[in-house]
Design a protein around this ligand. Structure first.
Ligand SMILES: Cc1ncc(COP(=O)(O)O)c(C=O)c1O
Length: 372
């Protein structure tokens, strides 16, 4: 099929020319936040394992027990024979943490967003989303068939203007935002968004993917998140009222027509969430490191465990990442289309597994380069 290959190759060439060729980075974990990559030992400031729970001994033990008890895979969807008691326990745990009546666990955060939004919204409805919302929310909004409009990042005046102009022409309206924005690390004004929503008869959905375990989230109508970051495992969740979750469980195609999560994954998530609740100092530690770093490097005060350092062009961000790798640090360059053109960046993430000395050493290294 030469024509097919020609098409693929010419599009890849275009991506390469723009510095947008993506290569998965293979790393093997070592102790703490150290990893091995390409035969070199690097200290990672790029993982979303904010609390260091992905290899926590109690989490591993819980996964191991479930693996032997239930097997490696679930064998079918939740609605056939894939359901096991761990689902109910995990959903109950999330209800407690998010203070909601009910929860639906999905196979990832991406899937939770697609499933939740598409089950609730459709043709004739309106979705308003923050301009910096994650790709899964953009995809969900488009897939739902609702009218989709984006408002300027965290701009309540713009959101109000859009609500005033468009709300009445649609049956239902859902506002999408993130508790902590994944590439910028700042928080959404969820209380103000909820007030506007109430005034305009709209609902609010917030993605807590990067807030869970680190930053307290404001309770909006629909709370979505992932178990792949601070919970160190895999899976996604939608927490809301009993009626909303029952509707999602009965209509979300990507919850119904897909195999249930591996039991060991559910058990790991459950164990990690219990540790997260019992040891709130872990999140505080990750946040504290991010604040220490942002302050020392002269960046805006960190509001979460994520600190962006905007470089500009994609090639320059890749070069900065390479420079840090040569100094022994793994810090990924984030490029368009993940972030807007001209804002390619280094994205630093901090974990409870880092040490004070490691953060100090990173600060010294970053300050040497005058990147901002
Ligand atoms: C804000 C945000 N939402 C959702 C997701 C998707 O979560 P998952 O990796 O569990 O699919 C991510 C990242 O992966 C994210 O950064």
């Amino acid at each position: 099929m030469p024509a097919l290959d020609d098409m693929a190759e010419s599009r890849l060439e275009a991506l390469d020319k723009q510095g947008l060729w993506r290569m998965p980075i293979t790393t093997s974990p070592l102790e703490g936040m150290w990893v091995e990559r390409g035969g070199r030992k690097l200290l990672s400031f790029s993982s979303n394992d904010y609390l260091g729970l992905s290899r926590q001994p109690d989490v591993l033990a819980a996964a191991q027990i479930a693996l032997h008890l239930y097997g490696a895979g679930a064998g079918a969807s939740r609605y056939v024979t894939g359901e096991n008691p761990l689902y109910a326990e995990l959903e109950q745990q999330l209800c407690g943490m998010k203070q909601t009546e009910a929860t639906c666990v999905f196979s990832s955060g991406y899937m939770a967003t697609l499933g939740g939004v598409c089950a609730l919204m459709g043709k004739g409805d309106l979705i308003l989303a923050d301009k910096l919302c994650h790709a899964c929310m953009v995809d969900a909004a488009q897939l739902s068939g609702a009218k989709f409009i984006r408002f300027a990042h965290n701009d309540m005046q713009h959101l109000e203007q859009l609500l005033t102009k468009h709300r009445e022409q649609y049956q239902h309206c859902l506002i999408l935002s993130e508790t902590v924005f994944s590439m910028d690390g700042d928080c959404a004004p969820l209380e103000a968004i909820s007030e506007l929503a109430k005034a305009h008869d709209a609902w609010v959905l917030s993605d807590d993917a990067h807030g869970l375990g680190v930053v307290e989230s404001y309770p909006v109508d629909i709370q979505i998140g992932t178990l792949s970051k601070a919970a160190g495992s895999l899976g996604g969740y939608v927490c809301a009222s009993r009626a909303v979750i029952d509707l999602i469980k009965n209509t979300a195609r990507n919850a119904i027509y897909t195999t249930a999560l591996p039991p060991a994954t559910l058990a790991a998530s459950l164990a990690a969430l219990r540790i997260m609740v019992a040891q709130s100092d872990l999140g505080a530690k990750a946040l504290g490191y991010a604040q220490q770093f942002s302050h020392a490097v002269g960046l805006a005060d960190a509001q979460s465990a994520i600190v962006p350092l905007i470089i500009g062009e994609a090639e320059a961000a890749l070069q900065a990442s390479q420079t840090l790798a040569e100094a022994g640090y793994l810090v990924s360059a984030i490029r368009p289309p993940t972030v807007p053109q001209g804002t390619a960046r280094l994205r630093f993430t901090f974990s409870a597994l880092h040490t004070e000395e490691e953060v100090d050493a990173l600060i010294t290294e970053v300050r040497r380069h005058g990147w901002h």
